[in-house]
Design a protein around this ligand. Sequence first.
Ligand code: PXL
Length: 275
Amino acid sequence: MDKRLLTIQDISCVGQCSLTVALPVISACGIETAILPSSVLSNHTAPGFSGWTFTDLTNDMPKILERWLTEKIDFDAFYTGYVSKAQIPYILDIMKKTARPGALRIVDPVMADNGVMYAGFDADFPEEMKKLVNGADVIMPNLTEASFLLGIPYDPVLTQEKTEKILKDLHKLGAKNVILTGVSFEETKLGAACYDGVKTDYYFAEKQALSCHGTGDVYASAVAGALVRGKSLLEASAIAADFVVESIKKTQDDKDHWYGVKFEKALPYLIERLK
Ligand code: PXL
C-alpha cells in the first residue's frame, strides 16, 4: 500500500508558508498528502504585512475525525506545524485513532523565531506543545523554539557543548529523534544537529546572505517527505538543508519578493535528490 501522510497546520492564503509549502513539497516527494487545516489566514503574521484575517478551525477537527473513522481513513505519518494550544488535544486524539501500525509522528513545534514568539502565541504555549513533543518520532525546533520548550534563555551563540546539551534535554521531553535547526559554529556555515538518543550528527550548508520567511516550513516539509521516503534522519536533514539553500538562491535576485521563498523553483532539485 502507498504511504499516506497527514499534515496539520494553517493555510496562510498568501505568503509561501505552512500548508501552501507542505502540500506541494511532500507531494513532490511522491507521497500522498492529506491535509487538516488548523486555521485560515489571509497571509502570514510575520513582519511586512500590516495585518491579517484569522479563522480558527478547531471546531472542525472532531467532526472531520468522526468522518474519517467512519470511512476507515488512516495514515502512515503525521506532520504537525502551526497549530493552536486548544488544538493539541484534538491532534493527539486524531493521531491515536487514525495511525497505521508504525506510523511516524513528525512534530515541528512552530511558535517562535529569532528569540520571539509569533503573534498570537502566549507564554503557556510551550507547556502545551510539550504534549505533542512527548511521543513524537522526530521534532524539528529552531533554536528559539528549543529555548522556549526547555525554559532556558535564548542565546544565539552556540557551541558544540551547548548544542549537545540542548539536544539531550529535548530528547528527555519524550521525542525519539531531535533535529535542531539554525545551528552555526562558524560565520559561513549554517545547518542542523541531529540526535537519536545515542549519537549526534551535524549537517552544514553554505550560509546564504539572504534569510527568507518560510524556510523553516520548507525545511520541515522536505524532512517529512524524505523520512517517509525511507531516508535516515541525517540524510533527510541534509537533503532538506540543501533544498532550502536552492530555494533561497532562486529568491535572492528578486528584491520585491520580501514575503517568502521561491521553493517552487527548487522542486526539481528536491525530486532529483530523492531519486
Ligand atoms: O512559518 C511559520 C508560520 C506559519 N503560519 C503562520 C505564520 C508563520 C510564521 O510567521 O505567521 C500564519
